[in-house]
Ligand binder design. Structure first.
Ligand code: IMP
Ligand code: MG
Length: 178
C-alpha cells in the first residue's frame, strides 16, 4: 500500500511527536474545563485516537458525521449532517478535532452550528491545514502541520474511502488517481 504513494509527507514518528506537543498544549488550556472532544467522522478517527491519549488527564469524546466531499478530490461545497452529537453541549467547552482543513467550509459550518447550541466555548484542533484555509475567516487554535495544496492520504485521510489506514501521511502517485 505504501507503494501507492509518490512521497511520504509526514512519518508516523513526526505525527506522534507533534500530537504529544499539542496534547500538552491543549491540557494546559483545558485541564480545569472538562473538555468535550468532538471528532468529525470519518477522517478524524485516527487523530482523535492518538490526540486523546496524548492528554495527560481525562476527556470526553463525541462524534459528528457531515458530508462535504463526494468520492473524488474536489469539494462539492455541500455540508449536511449525517450523524449528530449524542451529547448536550450547553455550557460545555467543545474542542473540534479534525483531520484536515482545506477550504474551511466544512469547519466553519460545523462551528456555527455548534455555537447555536449555547456551549461555553468552541475551538478547533486540526492535524493538517492547507493554504486555502488562510483565505477564510476561521480561527483555528491548534494546528499540527501546515502543508501545501497537494491531495494527501493516510492517517485517517482517504481517496474514495481508501488509504485511511496508512500510518503516515503521503501524496499519492499520479497513476493512482485514474
Ligand atoms: P474543506 O471543507 O474544504 O475544508 O474540506 C475538509 C474535508 O475535505 C476534510 O475533512 C477531508 O475529508 C476532505 N479533504 C480536503 N483535503 C483533503 C486531502 O488532501 N485529502 C483527503 N481529504 C481531504
Ligand atoms: Mg473527511
Amino acid at each position: 500500500m505504501g507503494a501507492d504513494l509518490e512521497k511520504v509527507l509526514l512519518t508516523e514518528a513526526a505525527i506522534r511527536e507533534r500530537l504529544e506537543e499539542l496534547g500538552q498544549q491543549i491540557w494546559a488550556d483545558y485541564h480545569d474545563k472538562e473538555v468535550l472532544l468532538v471528532g468529525v467522522l470519518k477522517g478524524a478517527v485516527v487523530v482523535m485516537a492518538d490526540l486523546m491519549r496524548a492528554l495527560p488527564g481525562s476527556a470526553e469524546m463525541d462524534w459528528m458525521a457531515v458530508s462535504s466531499y463526494g468520492s473524488g478530490t474536489k469539494s462539492s461545497g455541500v455540508v449536511r449532517i449525517l450523524k449528530d452529537l449524542d451529547t448536550d453541549i450547553t455550557d460545555r467547552h467543545v474542542l473540534i478535532v479534525e483531520d484536515i482543513i482545506d477550504s474551511g467550509l466544512t469547519l466553519s459550518w460545523i462551528r456555527t452550528n455548534l455555537l447555536s447550541r449555547s456551549p461555553a466555548s468552541v475551538e478547533i484542533c486540526t492535524l493538517l491545514r492547507k493554504p486555502e484555509a488562510a483565505k477564510v475567516e476561521i480561527d483555528v487554535r491548534y494546528v499540527g502541520f501546515d502543508i501545501g495544496n497537494e491531495f494527501v492520504v493516510g492517517y485517517g485521510l482517504d481517496l474514495a474511502e481508501r488509504y485511511r489506514n496508512l500510518r503516515e501521511v503521503g501524496i499519492l502517485a499520479p497513476h493512482m488517481y485514474s
